[in-house]
Ligand binder design. Structure first.
Ligand code: ADP
Ligand code: MG
Length: 354
């Protein structure tokens, strides 16, 4: 290690549309917060970032906007993204500004060279000395522990908030891929629209997302005892299930506003209804998976037939999605361990090896 290395931190950033995670070398994931920034409309001043700003989404007075600066995986608002990255890097490095950092930052496979430049510039401007851009599915696959450098086909599907990345990886490179701008956020919109149409009730997207996490599912079979038992295998030290109790819940009460009377209203929705509402989005993702499989060279197809598909990203937590994809493709589907952290862990591994 050279003298200057003492002053250089290596960090890996998963700049997601929903969540930003920062991995600091030798420490692990230090920051894990929503990619949201609250801005004062008059002065353009940033008033909150991350967790604090997300609490404001859909609840802000007219003077404040809570913004998600990354939309569909690309930077929609350059200034605000810069403020957000700066804030998270400072938080991760404990505000030791004198430390220059070598940064690995992940971008969706589909981004244009202009979009790549924008990410690079933001990172450099936020105090990075060197920036390396890595394709998200590659980082996800590394974070999921797949043997990406071996001459064998690995299939990874990362479903985030704004983008779904599908990739076949072999010998350290992406052989075939697709990047859809359809993902978890679209399911939230589906749920909101469904409830509006069926019950004449207006709900916010934050509520829609909560409903998705409790009741969202892609397959009725998920709720069969044997599948629930499979999902409840993991237990913590006390032998308690660490999976959420949500797994057993089949209906929930929701609150919103009656679009006719304008008054607050509550009612009960079921897991069957929520599945019905999101299936269009789920099927768009499944169809894209099938198209990528069709384009995959036969030797790699054979590997994927043997080794299965790996799911990462928050969308991997949608109940029964693995079961549905298995049914539709005939391939074995695995949910990576800690799906929400795979990209950051992969970026971390890449930055450690830099
Ligand atoms: P990004 O990489 O775009 O920041 P993430 O990988 O962090 O996205 O995943 C966020 C998405 O995952 C959001 O749409 C969120 O609603 C969804 N999500 C998180 N947990 C669950 C869950 N238990 N069930 C369904 N969707 C989930
Ligand atoms: Mg992501």
């Amino acid at each position: 290690m050279g003298f200057f290395d003492l002053f250089t931190q290596k960090i890996g950033i998963d700049l997601g549309t929903s969540n930003t995670l920062v991995y600091v070398s030798n420490k692990g994931i230090i920051v894990n917060e929503p990619s949201v920034v609250a801005v004062n409309n008059g002065s353009n001043e940033v008033c909150a970032v991350g967790e604090n700003a997300k609490a404001m989404l859909d609840r802000t007075p007219k003077t404040i906007s809570a913004i998600r600066p990354l939309q569909n995986g690309v930077i929609a608002d350059f200034e605000i993204t810069r403020a957000m990255i700066k804030y998270f890097i400072n938080k991760a490095l404990n505000k030791k500004r004198f430390i220059k950092s070598n940064v690995v930052i992940c971008v969706p496979v589909g981004v244009t060279s202009i979009e790549r430049r924008a990410v690079e510039e933001v990172a450099l401007d936020s105090g990075a000395r060197k920036v390396k851009l890595v394709e998200e599915p590659m980082a996800a696959a590394i974070g999921a522990g797949l043997p990406v450098d071996e001459p064998v086909g690995n299939m990874i599907i990362d479903i985030g908030g704004g983008t779904t990345e599908i990739a076949i990886i072999s010998l350290g490179g992406i052989v075939e891929s697709d990047s859809l701008r359809i993902a978890g956020d679209d399911m939230d919109v589906n749920i909101k629209d469904y409830i509006k149409l069926k019950y004449k009730m207006e709900i916010g997207l934050v509520t829609a997302e909560k409903i998705k996490m409790i009741l969202g599912n892609a397959s009725k079979e998920y709720y069969l005892e044997k599948n629930l038992a499979k999902n409840f295998k993991e237990t913590d030290s006390d032998g308690e299930s660490i999976k959420s109790k949500n797994d057993y819940i089949k209906e929930t009460e929701i609150r919103g506003r009656d679009i006719v009377s304008g008054l607050p209203l509550h009612m009960t929705v079921t897991s069957d209804e929520i599945r019905e509402s999101i299936m269009e989005t789920v099927n768009s993702i499944v169809n894209a998976i099938k198209r990528v499989l069709e384009r995959t060279p036969p030797e790699l197809s054979a590997d994927i037939y043997a080794n299965g598909i790996y799911l990462t990203g928050g969308g991997a937590l949608l109940k029964g999605l693995d079961i549905y994809i298995e049914k539709e493709t005939g391939l074995k589907v695995y949910i990576a361990e800690s799906p929400l952290q795979c990209v950051a862990l992969g970026a971390g591994k890449i930055c450690e090896d830099m």
